[in-house]
Design a binder for this molecule. Structure first.
Ligand SMILES: Cc1cc2nc3c(=O)[nH]c(=O)nc-3n(C[C@H](O)[C@H](O)[C@H](O)COP(=O)(O)OP(=O)(O)OC[C@H]3O[C@@H](n4cnc5c(N)ncnc54)[C@H](O)[C@@H]3O)c2cc1C
Length: 399
């Protein structure tokens, strides 16, 4: 009997646990490490569309995800007096809608995938990779606690700002800024809140959005333009510095800004990040590969990040199951997936600038376009407006 091949996956959010599921099914011995001390619960609404939806069906978790659906009714653009400018109901099929038919909080999806895998996969929390010595047939990994182990394959699933990626591609900065930052926070639900994603456009390129969730709270975002070369505070910032900066930036923004800023002072879940994409010429080197946002983040603007992670994990494991030669499988994974990734990363012209106008005139124009698009006649012409290309990929059958 031949020994099971060993894979180490770094990152336990979406791509990591999804890959763990398929690798275990392909008879690999799977270890997942995660930098956080426990499974991270945070994150806002994410969409599962098209081919990503088919992957969760094949994993047998579509019903578990549906049971945790955020139940968002759709997307509503709000005017300066709080009035509805345009409404777009949630998608009614696998792919369409600014609000997808299958929407779930990131932390909830991560939990579903962890629950599905943890009995057959070893998870180690509070662990990171210090170094990787790629010796041709496999990689020797040293962890941050100084211990080391040998694996046939290492897969980095650490998200857009992956640090381990630098060990594989030193000197490469693959993040392309979209010149926008977004703060994510969870605030208490109030009686006047609705089940719609409400999106308010202030001037100065700023916007505020409020989204319902299935946990009885409201997920708020504050977005604003940043220059490509501007140093941004990112991550879970507890210093208060970025919150102070947001207080100043949104003080005169209008609509529900005072409420969101008031809640921000003590919001436990607060996360600020620069919106960006990851573009790399290759997603593997030797016995190390990348999957999910670490390899090809398309940004929240695309509505495709989670779908790409799920599909990427499926194809990567499928090709590794098909071939005994790791390098051949990694190259095929890339060849098969890259056209899909390129379509997902190809954002509509003017994104995100046109949806975040600087002036009052720009906002009036934006609202005029939305009003027309949401009318009955407009809907027929603009069905493709919120339809990311998630259904443009035929999932291979790996049996
Ligand atoms: C806390 C959080 C909140 C998010 N919120 C949103 C949101 O509101 N809206 C949205 O569209 N997308 C959000 N995302 C991103 C979204 O999850 C991804 O776009 C998509 O689902 C792809 O997931 P991924 O698994 O490739 O990467 P990610 O979801 O970014 O996960 C990467 C994982 O790797 C871990 N990690 C990072 N560095 C290391 C390291 N050196 N060693 C070990 N582990 C490491 C991280 O802790 C994380 O668990 C969020 C991600 C996180 C981690």
């Amino acid at each position: 009997m031949t020994a099971r091949r060993r894979v180490l996956i770094s990152g336990a959010s979406i791509a990591g646990p999804a890959l763990a599921f398929w690798m275990e099914r392909a008879a690999w011995d799977v270890t997942v490490i995660e930098r956080a001390p426990e499974l991270r619960a945070g994150g806002q609404n994410i969409d599962i569309r098209g081919a990503g939806r088919e992957v969760v069906r094949r994993m047998g978790v579509e019903d578990a995800i549906r049971a945790r659906n955020t139940r968002e009714a759709g997307t509503r653009f709000i005017g300066t007096r709080g009035q509805t400018v345009a409404s777009f109901p949630a998608g009614r099929d696998d792919t369409g809608g600014a609000t997808a038919e299958l929407e779930i909080l990131r932390g909830e999806l991560s939990r579903v995938l962890f629950d599905l895998t943890h009995e057959r996969v070893e998870y180690r929390f509070g662990t990171t990779i210090r170094s990787i010595d790629d010796r041709g047939a496999g990689a020797h990994v040293t962890f941050d606690d100084g211990t080391d182990e040998q694996f046939d394959l290492v897969v980095i699933a650490e998200g857009m700002r992956s640090r381990t990626r630098r060990l594989i591609f030193p000197g490469v900065d693959p993040i392309v800024s979209k010149n926008m930052s977004t703060a994510y926070l969870t605030i208490p639900r109030e009686p006047d809140d609705t089940d719609w994603w409400r999106w308010y456009t202030a001037t100065g390129g700023r916007s505020i959005s409020l989204r319902p969730d299935n946990l009885g709270t409201i997920r708020a975002t504050l977005s604003y333009p940043t220059r490509g070369d501007e140093r941004a505070d990112t991550g879970d910032d507890d210093s208060g510095r970025s919150r102070d900066a947001l207080l100043r930036r949104f003080a005169d923004a209008g609509w529900q800004a005072p409420r969101v800023l008031r809640e921000m002072a003590h919001a436990k879940e607060f996360y600020l990040d620069r919106v960006g994409q990851v573009h790399l010429d290759t997603w593997h080197r030797g016995s190390v590969a990348l999957v999910g946002d670490a390899a090809y983040c398309a940004s929240p603007l695309s509505g495709m990040g989670t779908t790409l992670s799920l599909v990427g994990a499926y194809v990567l494991a499928g090709e590794l199951g098909r071939s005994t030669d790791v390098e051949t499988a990694l190259q095929r994974y890339e060849d098969i997936l890259r056209p899909f990734v390129e379509r997902a990363q190809d954002l509509p012209p003017g994104t995100p600038r046109l949806a975040n106008p600087r002036s009052r005139a720009g906002r009036a124009l934006f609202h005029g376009v939305l009003r027309a698009a949401s009318s009955r006649a407009g809907r027929r012409l603009t069905t493709g407006l919120f339809r990311p290309p998630a259904d443009t990929f035929a999932l291979p059958d790996y049996g």
